[in-house]
Design a binder for this molecule. Structure first.
Ligand code: UDP
Length: 239
């Protein structure tokens, strides 16, 4: 497989589940440290690195609503969960000596900076890792959509989704032995085949704004840095 051009600026989406490790809820400190190391290596290798963290390891609005809570309140709790994950990741990155800023879509000024696009870009230009927290700041969205939105806003060359599987398949490889692996597909193909790469809002934002997406495993240490170096691992979704 031919190597892709080396991206100058990437946006990495990490689901909250990624931080769970063997814990049932919350954050596994060993997993957090390993993911922080991957992000640190990527930033130190010179790639401008922004990260969107999910919150599903703590709260999801839809899950809370299914047990009777008002959906908007549940989504507020979900967004606040992403802020906690971002603070934990900031702490882990700074322990590795990487300057890091958390920028929240909800104003929580004593805790982190507000998201201001120009300031975010400035941080990235200075080599700081920027963690975008609180999703889009709006209920009924997901952190995948937030990741796509921020990737477009900061003009990222590539979005990277680090997931529990090592790429995109025609079906769930754990359940279907016939599942085919897709090294490269287009967003339209992913939509047509309902491959569930991300939610529709996220897919359409990336597709219409020309942001390619790489889907790769979170379990492989060093993989993020290899992706940032332009290596073809996992699956690439092209606009
Ligand atoms: N959320 C929201 N608006 C956003 C992003 C997230 O309301 O723009 C809420 C929503 O309740 C969601 C929760 O935050 O369930 C956590 O985000 P997500 O489920 O995307 O996290 P992940 O699955 O990546 O861990």
């Amino acid at each position: 497989t031919e190597a892709s051009p080396r991206p100058r600026r990437i946006l990495v989406k990490l689901s909250g589940e990624a931080l769970l490790g063997n814990a049932e809820c919350g954050i596994d400190p060993d997993v957090l440290a390993r993911l922080a190391q991957d992000i640190a290596d990527c930033a130190r290798a010179g790639t401008e690195t922004a990260v969107v963290l999910g919150g599903g390891n703590i709260f999801r609005g839809a899950g809370l609503a299914s047990r009777g809570m008002d959906r908007v309140t549940g989504d507020h709790m979900g967004m606040l969960a992403t802020v906690m994950n971002a603070l934990a990741m900031q702490d882990a990155l700074e322990r590795l000596g990487v300057p890091t800023r958390v920028m929240s879509a909800l104003k929580i000024n004593q805790v982190c900076e507000d998201y201001i696009r120009r300031r975010a870009v400035r941080h990235l230009e200075k080599g700081r890792v920027v963690l975008f927290a609180a999703g889009t700041g709006n209920p009924f969205f997901t952190t995948d959509s937030a990741a796509s939105l921020r990737a477009v806003e900061i003009n990222a060359d590539l979005m990277v989704k680090a997931t529990m599987v090592d790429g995109i398949y025609s079906a769930d490889p754990k359940r279907d032995p016939e599942a085919r692996f897709y090294p490269r597909i287009t967003y339209d193909q992913a939509l047509r085949e309902r491959l569930g790469v991300m939610d529709l809002t996220a897919v359409v934002l990336c597709r219409d704004n020309g942001i390619p997406l790489r889907v790769m495993s979170i379990f492989e240490p060093g993989a993020l840095q290899r992706v940032a170096a332009g290596e073809d691992i996992g699956s690439l979704v092209e606009p």
